[in-house]
Design a protein around this ligand. Structure first.
Ligand code: OSB
Ligand code: MG
Length: 362
């Protein structure tokens, strides 16, 4: 699916998304769609869409097909017991089974997850722009459209002057944060302390994608809260972050942590520790977005999520209704619709499909 505009972050640019979709069917013929959030290249995490395809086909698919599931929370532990890593591939499968359960029971995915919120406050994630002025215009337009938070992608050379320009023109109260996608190192600590003067809501993942210790050292030197994204891959990593003080906020993405049950467990851990969370995004189609919206309806998702409406990324989404945001920056949780809450436009998906494969229980 072609993105409406290229999305540039410190670790690479995306202009066209190759998306892996799963359609999971049970023995009664009930089906549900889910999405794998892996990128085309291993620039965010080691996984890619192609490693996910292989992992699902070779190991993950065969270990769930035809096997009775004792409960939704049991899927991921059973996958983790054998297959190391491949969390995004596991998540696509695990989430499909949540979607399927919601469909079977004719309840909304949000209520199956335990979410009560009826609307989700939405933030926008804005890629690295050619000039600070271009960024100012983007942020201004987004806040005018209703977005409750603007996340500005940064990297060395496109940080302080950009943030300075946005603060100067949009004022001290504009809800801003920065996301570095691991663009900095311990050599940049002095530089990073200069971010404090912009009064950001948080700085997301400034250091290495799998680091916790250095983030803790950096957090001690900053007044701005750090938020971790890439580094929080499971419940233990979230516990480690809390123990070490590696950050004060967590961006939860179900795809990154292996599925919805771990996403919920991390949410609960953070809630007990008084650490706020919000739901991140991975440039998903309307299918992946459905799972994010359901997750974000849990109570400790207290900060605006990267849950942009379909039209932010796609000329035409593959679901109906498309995801929309109102002028107050809120996305409505489809509690009144069973399953994932949207219908997949199968003809459109077929027309975009370049490869498909069916795995069956033997
Ligand atoms: O770091 O949150 C990130 C997109 C791809 C990979 C990593 C990230 C992102 C985003 C986009 O920030 C969030 C969205 O889907 O709106
Ligand atoms: Mg991020």
């Amino acid at each position: 699916m072609p993105l409406i505009e290229p999305f540039r972050i410190s670790s690479g640019t995306a202009s066209l998304r190759r998306i892996l979709l799963l359609e999971t069917t049970d023995t009664d013929g009930v089906t549900a769609w889910s999405e794998c959030v892996a990128g085309e290249r291993p620039y965010y995490s080691p996984e890619t869409i192609d490693t996910a395809w292989l992992a699902i086909q070779q190991w993950i698919g065969p270990s769930v097909l035809g096997v009775p599931i004792p409960g939704l929370d049991a899927i991921q532990p059973s996958l983790d017991a054998s297959v190391r890593g491949h969390r995004m591939a596991k998540a696509a499968v695990e989430m499909g089974m949540w979607g399927l359960a919601a469909e079977r029971e004719q309840v909304s995915l949000a209520s199956l997850v335990g979410g009560r919120r009826s609307q989700i406050a939405t933030g926008i994630s804005i890629g690295i722009q050619e000039t600070p002025q271009r960024l100012v215009e983007k942020v201004r337009a987004a806040l005018q459209e209703g977005y409750r938070k603007a996340k500005i992608k940064v990297q060395p050379g496109a940080d302080l002057t950009y943030l300075e320009a946005v603060r100067e023109e949009l004022g001290q109260d504009a809800p801003l944060m920065a996301d570095a996608n691991s663009a900095y190192t311990t050599a940049d600590f002095d530089h990073l302390t200069q971010f404090d003067r912009f009064d950001l809501m948080m700085i997301e993942q400034p250091l290495a994608w799998d680091d916790l210790v250095r983030h803790a050292n950096l957090q001690r030197r900053l007044t701005t809260p750090l938020c971790l994204d890439e580094s929080i891959t499971d419940v233990d990593r979230a516990d480690d972050m809390l123990t070490l003080g590696s950050g004060r906020i967590v961006n939860i993405k179900p795809g990154r942590v292996g599925g919805l049950s771990t996403a919920c467990a991390i949410h609960n851990r953070c809630a007990s520790a008084g650490v706020p969370v919000w739901c991140g995004g991975m440039l998903e189609s309307g299918i992946g977005r459905a799972y994010n919206v359901a997750l974000a309806s849990l109570p400790n998702f207290v900060l605006p999520g990267d849950i942009s409406p379909s039209a932010r990324y796609w000329q035409r989404d593959i679901v109906s209704p498309e995801w929309t945001m109102d002028t107050a920056g809120m996305v409505t949780v489809p509690h009144d619709r069973p399953g994932i809450g949207v219908t997949v436009d199968r003809d459109y998906v077929d027309s975009l499909t370049v490869r498909s494969e069916t795995l069956t229980a033997d």
